[in-house]
Design a protein around this ligand. Structure first.
Ligand SMILES: Nc1ncnc2c1ncn2[C@@H]1O[C@H](COP(=O)(O)OP(=O)(O)O)[C@@H](O)[C@H]1O
Ligand SMILES: [Mg+2]
Length: 261
């Protein structure tokens, strides 16, 4: 799959968050989307998934224009997003196995739903195959936060997607879990999946990604430009433009909330 964004704009009231983003991601590559907190990374994922509607710009998949009205449309097109608020991906009152097969868009798992024993066994195999120790019959609301994060990831990557977007997936994870996650990201890439990996920490993604794209403001005046800047595959940011974590260049946050979309 090739995803191509051109001139994507998104504002919330007066707050212009995305000011003309151009970004192309191809199958078989991991693109890191970097930027300070508030730069608009999560907003961009929601524009791609159709959770938010852009105020301008186009999205193309394999050369055809698409306009997703809701995340289910993006899922049908093979795009899975693991949201930063990963609980959005889960049903807390259902079991691990039920969560893995909920939202079964292709009907692939229809037979599993009618055979609980098979479903548990299948879920167990999926979890083991990606190195996760977790009981398929546990209720999601009883899982720890890192377990919930890993389950959201397992669910997304179990969907045979052509593109997976990870939005700051490691915040709740320990080192071993991060390693397990990175192994999965690499496996997906090797299978030809297009991956956007969002982080605000350059050091975290250095060894993982093929290309870095930085979402940042250019200049400090109102009406300033914003660019997604691509850096080479050698993992070096170049020109010293990446801000260290906790850097103080902040955007105004005073805009009215757009509310639920
Ligand atoms: N639903 C919303 N309503 C109003 N403002 C929003 C909404 N979602 C995001 N924003 C604003 O958009 C800006 C970018 O946020 P976000 O995309 O979460 O940044 P990042 O993920 O890079 O930290 C922030 O100023 C945030 O307050
Ligand atoms: Mg975010």
């Amino acid at each position: 799959m090739q995803l191509k964004l051109r001139g994507i704009r998104k504002q919330f009231g007066e707050n212009e968050v995305l000011k003309g983003i151009d970004l192309t991601v191809n199958g078989g590559e991991v693109v890191a989307l970097l930027g300070e907190n508030g730069a608009g990374k999560s907003t961009l994922t929601r524009v791609i998934s159709g959770a938010y509607q852009a105020n301008g710009g186009t999205v193309e998949i394999d050369g055809s224009l698409v306009a997703f009205r809701k995340p289910q449309d993006a899922m049908k097109a093979g795009i899975q997003v693991i949201y930063q608020e990963f609980r959005h991906n889960l049903f807390p009152q259902l079991t691990v196995a039920e969560n893995l097969y909920a939202g079964d868009r292709s009907g692939r798992h229809g037979r599993l739903w009618s055979n609980r024993v098979r479903m548990q066994k299948d879920a167990d195999e999926l979890l083991k195959s990606i190195g996760m120790a977790m009981s398929p019959s546990a209720l999601v609301r009883d899982l720890s936060v890192p377990q919930q994060q890993m389950l959201a990831i397992a669910k997304a990557i179990g969907e045979d997607a052509s593109m997976v977007i990870f939005d700051e997936p490691t915040a709740a994870l320990d080192q071993a879990e991060v390693e397990a996650l990175f192994a999965q990201v690499r496996r997906l890439r090797d299978e030809g999946v297009a991956i956007i990996y969002i982080s605000h920490r350059l050091t975290e993604v250095f060894d993982l990604v093929d290309r870095l794209v930085v979402l940042r403001d250019v200049g400090d005046n109102p009406g300033r430009e914003q660019r997604a800047e691509s850096c080479g595959g050698d993992g070096r940011p170049g020109r010293g433009e990446l801000l260290p974590e906790g850097a103080t260049r902040h955007r105004p946050h005073g805009a009215a909330a757009e509310g639920t979309e």
